[in-house]
Design a protein around this ligand. Structure first.
Ligand code: KG4
Ligand code: ZN
Length: 380
């Protein structure tokens, strides 16, 4: 089963070819990131226009890199949500047209579920990729951390998972991007904050970790079903029996800390901060923020591990490329994680093609290429 995956939910136009849900034949990503960088974030109209220009060249490149033609392709998988409406439309309309004209089954893929499946790629002849040697085993705990999502999910099997918790406001990657803007570092903020943090002291500023109380009906049901006791954790973290996240308070705390660092109050506009902060202050803010933001998700991942004792843990989404996240998890989790290549953490077509393979192999229904619609607000 050889699947072409198409992904256009945000600012990356991506296509890739994956065989049998593990073997990566090609992975092409064209990003309009440079065009957005001057604005400090993705501009939806620019992203949609860039997808129109890039989509067919990217798909042809994916076929060429794999040394394949349409004859080799068994199915097409495409991200239909969640994401930016204009961006999703380009990928979905392209995939629908190709499915009809090339006579291929079409599979509609949830972007966030797709991120998780980047971890199932275990083989590639492509240069410059490091992938795990074996696929994750179930039950599998997935920490999904990206620019649009922060979620913890427990997978009992393929297509059988419970969402343990999610962010109630900003995603963690979004917080990295906003903090980068506050201290004057380039977009995207994850890599630039991570790099600046290396020069700083992560304990200079004390920043808050949001304490969440909400538990979803799905989590409550799972706990009842399994008769699972609350995790035996140190008293200081016992509140964290909710697996929800919040990053908006942390982001505001960083802004206030930066204002205070230059001797100003909350009335100083954030766009004046970069030129007033010293390089040392920027580095210390970046390091302190990064430590707390990453600790926030790692704390919850550890609690979920203790409560549900999964066989494997995977991390997914753009922030999964973070060396600090990988370091903290390696230090605190009792089992090792086989991390995938950072290029498969940020948005790509390979993760979509991989989940497309599993979808086809499980004989799940294909989408109607004449009617498949986008779902910008699709949840897990
Ligand atoms: O998964 P992704 O490419 O797009 C979404 O689905 O949102 O994630 C993009 C996010 C951005 O917020 C970016 O700052 C963050 O991932 N990111 C990183 C790193 N690389 C990308 N965050 C921390 N460390 C990185 N190395
Ligand atoms: Zn993504």
């Amino acid at each position: 089963m050889i699947v072409l995956g198409i992904e256009t939910s945000c600012d990356e136009t991506a296509a890739a070819i994956v065989e049998d849900g593990y073997k990566l034949h090609s992975n092409v990503v064209a990003s309009s990131m440079d065009l957005h960088a001057v604005y400090g974030g993705v501009v939806p109209e620019i992203a949609a226009r860039s997808h129109i220009e890039a989509i067919m060249p990217v798909i042809h490149q994916a076929l060429d890199d794999a040394a394949m033609t349409w004859n080799n392709i068994d199915a097409i998988a495409v991200t239909y949500g969640a994401g930016l409406g204009g961006s999703l439309l380009i990928g979905v309309l392209s995939a629908r047209t190709l499915a009809i004209t090339k006579r291929k089954p079409l599979y509609a893929i949830n972007h966030v579920e797709g991120h998780v499946y980047a971890n199932f790629i275990t083989e590639t002849a492509l240069p410059g990729y490091t992938v795990p040697k074996t696929q994750p085993e179930f039950p599998m705990l997935a920490l999904i951390v990206s620019g649009g999502h922060s979620q913890l999910a427990l997978f009992r099997n393929h297509f059988d998972y419970t969402l343990l918790g999610q962010t109630q406001d900003d995603a963690i990657g979004e917080a990295f991007d906003k903090v980068a803007k506050i201290v004057g570092l380039p977009y995207p903020g994850g890599p630039s904050v991570g790099k600046k943090a290396l020069e700083g002291d992560a304990y200079t500023y004390s920043l808050p970790k949001a304490q969440m109380k909400h538990t979803s009906p799905a989590l409550v049901a799972l706990r009842q079903e399994n008769d699972i006791k609350l995790p035996q954790v140190s008293p200081g973290t016992r509140h964290a029996v909710s697996y929800d996240f919040s990053f908006s308070g942390l982001k505001t705390a960083v802004l206030r800390a930066a204002q205070a660092a230059v001797g100003a109050d909350f009335t100083l506009p954030s766009y004046e901060l970069p030129q007033r902060l010293s390089e040392a202050q920027k580095a210390n803010i970046a390091a302190s923020f990064q430590r707390v933001a990453i600790e926030t998700v790692v704390d919850k991942a550890i609690l979920a591990f203790e409560e549900f004792t999964p066989k494997t843990v995977v991390i997914a989404g753009g922030v999964a490329a973070s060396p600090e996240l990988r370091r903290q998890l390696a230090e605190r989790l009792p089992i090792p994680i086989a991390y995938t290549d950072p290029k498969l953490c940020t948005d790509n077509g390979a993760m979509i093609a991989t989940l497309g393979c599993f979808t086809a192999q499980a004989h799940r229904p294909a989408a109607d290429p004449y009617t498949l619609d986008i779902a910008p607000n699709l949840s897990m």
